[in-house]
Design a protein around this ligand. Structure first.
Ligand code: ATP
Length: 238
């Protein structure tokens, strides 16, 4: 498979703090890739570099071979990348419906937007039940589902997911990952998933990278990483 996303030699930081040094990774078209590592390893910073929120000091980001670096977040979304941010950054005082419409703000195909709202409420039936409810009044799991659906309303080729399991019960985590796998299969979606829950992320992904202190310290087929006890003990808190 050709690479949809490629990061080569990315360094980035915040003032004098270097958060990433020389990170290279690839996400093949149609693949699910996991980015794992402990708190502060640089996972969110990596996603923010891809989505144009953080500008790297070195290195290159390419989407289908085209350089993305320095484009700015709106143009990255227009190029086909949507990010589901960590935490619950929904518009709390807007309804579920309004949040979904905002996810499609760069699109002009009104019929397509209406159709995709139906598609999303098909994947996430709870959002249909809560359609006119203020998003801020929903449970954590419902808000996470809304965030994913909102990001998908942009019809991205690549979805970046930042810790979808954060703060959710094991049952909800399983439900959300089941839907993610269905979306990947049925909507031709390529995924890069940041997770601290390595077991769940390795179970659904094809390939994974492990970050430590801003560097890739291990990578491989997810099944191989999951079976490697010493690696799990060293980096994945197992
Ligand atoms: P977590 O799982 O806790 O979110 P992470 O792997 O996503 O961790 P990052 O959030 O990318 O890690 O952080 C990498 C490093 O950069 C950390 O040392 C962090 O303290 C620092 N950092 C992140 N954001 C900022 C910021 N806005 N200003 C200053 N330092 C930051």
């Amino acid at each position: 498979m050709a690479d949809l996303l490629e990061l080569s030699g990315i360094s980035a930081g915040y003032g004098r703090i270097e958060a990433l040094s020389g990170v290279s990774l690839r996400v093949p078209e149609g693949g699910i890739v996991a980015l794992l590592g402990a708190n502060g390893a640089g996972k969110t910073t990596t996603l923010n570099v891809i989505s144009g929120i953080v500008t790297p000091t070195h290195g290159e980001v390419r989407l289908a071979g085209r350089p993305l670096r320095g484009l700015g977040s709106d143009r990255v979304v227009a190029a086909g990348i949507s990010q589901v941010p960590e935490g619950r950054e929904i518009f709390r005082d807007m309804t579920v419906h309004e949040n979904l419409v905002i996810g499609a703000q760069l699109r002009r195909d009104r019929a397509g937007i209406a159709r995709d709202i139906d598609v999303m409420t098909g994947y996430f039936p709870i959002l249909a039940q809560r359609f006119r409810q203020m998003a801020g009044t929903m449970s954590g799991g419902e808000q996470q589902m809304l965030l994913i659906a909102r990001a998908l309303m942009a019809r991205p080729r690549l979805l970046l997911l930042d810790e979808p399991s954060l703060g959710l019960s094991p049952l909800l985590v399983q439900q959300i990952f089941d839907i993610i796998v269905r979306l990947h299969r049925d909507e031709a979606l390529t995924l890069l998933i940041v997770e601290q829950n390595a077991a769940v992320a390795l179970a659904v992904s094809h390939y994974a990278y492990i970050l430590e202190n801003g560097e890739v310290v291990a990578e491989g087929a997810s099944a191989d990483l999951a079976a490697d006890d010493s690696l799990r003990a060293a980096y994945l808190g197992a």
